[in-house]
Design a protein around this ligand. Structure first.
Ligand code: SF4
Length: 313
């Protein structure tokens, strides 16, 4: 029998502290479309919609992939619907890696009191599903016990070669390792220094832990020197891999990432405002030439620190 941690029946009390709405969802487990991507997921699952960390570059704002981060919604029937869907998947033999945190951080502040992510993890453990969690928060340390159980009991999908590391994957998301820069772009997320500490602790506990270095910020965190320093910090905490990606900007309203990001750099980095705009040239991302150079630099630096750029061996 699982212990249910969530305090969904205490919504009224919690609502006084956090601003959110609730919504019943018809489905929570979204199957991957197309071939396996580098996060290795078969399904994505987000207990929350929107994200109180509200990073100014967040692709969710203005893209077609999810709702706006400012409309923070708790999926009130997340536990029940996850239970039903996982049970059905097991019956149909459709096992797979569940990616938690693709469109909203699973450890947003309200999770401290709501325990919804913790309950979803309990269900993953109960039905032996492997999990990949992406987060910016050290609150994940609270759930070490359940994470350990998933790590020891998950069953990998048939098309993945048996590898105990892939049963429970933890990726910490960074755009920078500099606390001051993070305060500008990710004002409500736990500081990068706390994330690095959490990685160190999780590694000590025997977890497979890497980094999602996304987005790398043009003219701010993309120079060879800064990337070198970034990888050296990741090496210090013994990450197992680094996945990386550039910045993409979407939309044209004040709430969309393109406008939010440009407003942020206009205020804090005015010297690169025009350069950045011309790098994007009205597109959602910089030119292929920019990406090739960035990629070449990262491959060189990853080699220097002997850090893998993919999760699989
Ligand atoms: S933590 Fe992730 S999902 Fe949340 S606002 Fe930042 S980039 Fe978006």
């Amino acid at each position: 029998m699982d212990i249910i941690f969530n305090s969904i029946n205490k919504f009224d009390k919690i609502a006084d502290k956090y601003s959110f709405k609730t919504k019943e969802t018809r489905s929570i487990l979204n199957p991957r479309k197309g071939k396996r991507y580098f996060f290795l997921e078969d399904y994505t699952l987000n207990p929350y919609m929107g994200c109180s960390f509200d990073c100014s570059y967040c692709y969710v704002n203005g893209s077609k992939y999810a709702n706006n981060t400012e409309n923070f919604i708790v999926k009130s029937n997340a536990y029940e619907i996850t239970h039903t869907q996982l049970k059905n998947k097991v019956k149909k033999g459709q096992r797979g890696i569940i990616l938690i945190g693709s469109a909203s951080d699973p450890y947003v502040d309200i999770e401290k009191e709501l325990f919804l992510t913790k309950d979803i993890l309990t269900l993953a453990k109960r039905f032996n599903f492997p999990v990949h969690i992406i987060t910016k928060s050290d609150l994940i340390l609270r759930d070490i016990d359940i994470l350990k159980s998933i790590q020891s009991s998950a069953i990998l999908p048939n098309d993945i070669e048996e590898d105990p590391n892939l049963k429970l994957i933890i990726s910490f998301s960074f755009s920078t390792i500099d606390d001051k820069i993070a305060e500008i772009f990710e004002p409500f997320a736990p500081k990068p220094s706390l994330r690095l500490k959490a990685i160190k602790q999780l590694k000590k506990e025997g977890f497979f832990v890497g980094v999602s270095l996304m987005p790398i910020l043009p003219y701010i965190t993309d120079s060879e020197d800064i990337l070198d320093e970034t990888f050296s910090k990741f090496k210090e905490v013994e990450v197992d891999y680094v996945l990386y990606g550039g910045l993409t900007l979407y939309g044209d309203t004040e709430k969309d990432s393109k406008i939010k990001y440009y407003n942020t750099i206009k205020k804090h980095f005015p010297e690169i405002y025009h350069k950045t705009k011309s790098l994007f040239g009205g597109n959602i991302g910089p030119s292929n030439l920019y990406y090739t150079k960035l990629s070449d630099n990262i491959k060189k630096i990853a080699k220097k620190y002997d850090i893998s750029l993919s999760i699989e061996k």
